[in-house]
Design a protein around this ligand. Structure first.
Ligand SMILES: O=P(O)(O)OC[C@H]1O[C@H](OP(=O)(O)OP(=O)(O)O)[C@H](O)[C@@H]1O
Ligand SMILES: O=c1cc[nH]c(=O)[nH]1
Ligand SMILES: [Mg+2]
Length: 206
């Protein structure tokens, strides 16, 4: 699918399978979330442009590649917080913006309750949220980022529904999507099936 990268790796498949399992408890769930987010971060950061630079090794001068691009990571609260530390582990110099969105339980419509962003001009923005269901939350967040000058945006989710991918691509065809799994469909309550349940509730023990 154009614009969508679904990581095909046996380790990522194993981690996702454990996250899906309803018998996985909070402590293990958090550990799995960190590890699968590390794999997603590594793949998503692949979009960053590398620049050549001449340096001196102890033996001679040589050209090496460096990433100088400003990076902003934006978790969608709450559940996106679970992916943040893995991104910062790989890219400690990133700035962090926060956007709080919550789906209404009956309509699945997302509404914003918090937003605090660093300077986004010229930055590569990585929007992180474990679940891409209807795509309502992601589209709302992308619009908020665009309104603040974000140019290049990569959306990173652990699990995606085809409906959510379509919604993001229709509204924002230039946004790249990186995910660890694409499931069958949304159910009547707009939950991903087979899915893994409510990510935020499982991560935080709500
Ligand atoms: O694609 P969508 O249909 O918008 O659904 C996805 C959103 O739903 C969940 O958040 P939720 O609103 O449950 O809030 P939470 O993260 O605080 O649990 C999830 O973390 C996404 O943000
Ligand atoms: O299946 C879903 C859909 C939205 N949010 C979740 O946490 N899970
Ligand atoms: Mg949310």
């Amino acid at each position: 699918m154009r614009g969508v990268t679904c990581i095909d790796h046996p380790l990522v498949g194993d981690l996702l399978g454990r996250l899906r399992d309803q018998s996985t408890g909070k402590a293990e769930y958090r550990d799995l979330c960190d590890r699968i987010s590390l794999a997603l971060a590594l793949r998503a950061l692949h979009y960053l442009p590398a620049e050549g630079r001449e340096i001196q090794t102890p033996l001679e001068s040589t050209e090496v590649s460096r990433i100088e691009a400003p990076v902003v990571v934006v978790p969608i609260l709450r559940a996106g917080l679970g992916m943040l530390s893995s991104f910062l582990q790989l890219y400690p110099d990133a700035s962090v913006g926060y956007i709080g969105l919550e789906r209404d339980e009956s309509t699945a419509q997302a509404s914003e309750y918090y937003c605090k962003m660093p300077d986004m001009e010229g930055a590569w923005t990585f929007l992180i949220d474990p679940m891409l269901a209807t795509g309502g939350s992601a589209c709302c967040a992308i619009e908020a980022l665009r309104g603040r000058g974000a140019a290049r945006c990569v959306l990173v989710s652990i699990l995606s529904a085809p409906e959510g991918i379509q919604a993001v691509q229709d509204a924002h065809p230039d946004v790249e999507i990186v995910t660890a799994g694409i499931d069958r469909e949304l159910d009547g309550n707009k939950y991903i099936r087979p899915g893994l349940g409510d990510f935020g509730d499982r991560l935080f023990g709500t």
